[in-house]
Design a protein around this ligand. Sequence first.
Ligand SMILES: Cc1cc2nc3c(=O)[nH]c(=O)nc-3n(C[C@H](O)[C@H](O)[C@H](O)COP(=O)(O)OP(=O)(O)OC[C@H]3O[C@@H](n4cnc5c(N)ncnc54)[C@H](O)[C@@H]3O)c2cc1C
Length: 551
Amino acid sequence: MPRLKIYALLELVPTYKCVCLIKRLSEEGNKAEEMLRNASEQRCEARGLSAVPSKRSVVKLLSSVLALAFLFLLAMTSASPSPTVIIIGAGMSGILAAKTLHDSGIQDILILEANSKIGGRIHSVQFRGHTVELGANWVIGGGPRSNHLYEIAGKLNLKTYLSDYGNISANIYKQEGGLYPKQVVSAALEVAETRDQFCTSFSDRLSASGHNHDDVSILVSQRLFKEVPTTPLDMVIDYFYNDYEDAEPPRVTSLKNTIPRYEFLDFGDQTYFLSDSRGFESILIYIAKQFLSHKHEVIRDQRLKLNKVVREINYSKNGVQVKTEDGSMYQAKYVIVSVSVGVLLNLKQQWKTQAIYEFDMAVYTKIFLQFPSKFWPSGPETEFFLYAHEKRGYYPIWQHLETELPGSNILFVTVTDEEAKRIEQQPDIKIQEEIMDVLKKMFGNDIPEPEEILVPRWWSNRFFKGSFSNWPIGYSQRRHMQLKEPVGRIYFCGEHTYSRYLGYADAAYFAGIETANHLIKCLKHEKYCNGHDRHSTKDRLNNEDPYDPDA
Ligand SMILES: Cc1cc2nc3c(=O)[nH]c(=O)nc-3n(C[C@H](O)[C@H](O)[C@H](O)COP(=O)(O)OP(=O)(O)OC[C@H]3O[C@@H](n4cnc5c(N)ncnc54)[C@H](O)[C@@H]3O)c2cc1C
């Protein structure tokens, strides 16, 4: 299996050899703990000396209390040589898992992150003097339930902009240039909307309680509707409805497990584009600061180790041993793996490996361009424009940032799936040439060349291997249960393990909490250690409340 060898980043090896090593390390003990004990003995001594303490004993007592406080702080923020839990990955799910453990009193944790900052697929960067988001960009709000991420964005006064897609009918360009007439697009949009409603009600019927109907792809549902998009205009509209959300075409996407999208039912169908100089990642930093020590916006907690690429996890009945590429080795009782489902794991357990490999890691890429001047229409109802091409998904969805970043002259185009993979394998200059050909078709030959292009390469990045998960047709609910099932002392989280809000940062948020809660239960009662006693898929079907930890 050469594919496995190329991508495999983590080796999860069951072994009993490391048991002695773990014991020896714990016998050596935690120095901070020992110092705490000594200081507490001193305090007892000081108490015992006299009922009315002398000046000297008061000083001694005070210094002991101060030492205690200092050591307590030290114990809180310094990494234990053998923590209870190691968390691999400091993206949204890893940070939420760590915070949940911390809040429950399990504070001897260690987070190992491969990159030089926290965030993972929440990744804000500077581009020509402006903050842009390579990863998560939109937060959802306005629905019956409040969305934690949207709330935090509000609390931090981050600038968010309601995305208005209602203007698409006036903004679809033909392959060779020129806009489609508005009434032609409106008619095509009406068909797409009816088709979408048919897919939703068909999915409802397939999932209706008491029935166990097989799943179908979104494409099959479209065929049953007898209107499959084939023209460039219909295809780009269908792309806007489906691929723009799932990052994979209707042919491969499960109908039952992606429609309806619960994030919109729960949080509302208003999507807010976050564009703020502090970036989307300030939401995660805000969460991290609640339990990790920090100076201003920089997390400086010994329990978070950056630039630590985990290469191997050995586990036994008694503990886990984690090795990193720089040769470090860490011991713990348990480990939580929060890496994306695209990062292949080399596991001995066939069922687990299959559950990981069969799930889809989709690719969704936003390519940013900055121009010396603006040549696209701006003003109300122009933010989004589409390019219809006979090749589905060829530089299809465009967005300008004139509202969010006035005068920045930044445009970005979204590509997905095979096109995104093809594009990111090319040098930037080649991508720029392709893009300029498309822009010239839309806006004429007199447009200026970009000053700079920014192409994220999510698929090639060995720490992600894609953008977010998508539920493929043929992937059973049982498989999805296995996706988050622990293997021995190894627990799993990550957006892909939380089916209710598949793919979104919200999914990662709840996945971290859910997995940590499962582990906390296991630490309290051994009977909860083997296997999940509840499953996201069941939650999804029963429409249970994701906020209720005991649901
Ligand atoms: C282009 C794009 C657009 C998106 N748009 C949106 C959006 O608009 N709204 C939304 O809600 N969501 C969006 N998402 C999805 C959202 O960003 C993710 O669902 C979420 O951030 C995933 O968090 P996670 O913790 O599950 O995984 P990750 O963020 O991938 O965290 C896993 C961490 O593990 C680390 N890691 C990997 N391998 C190793 C290793 N060997 N050793 C140590 N550490 C390792 C990684 O560096 C990473 O930090 C988008 C994602 C992308 C890429």
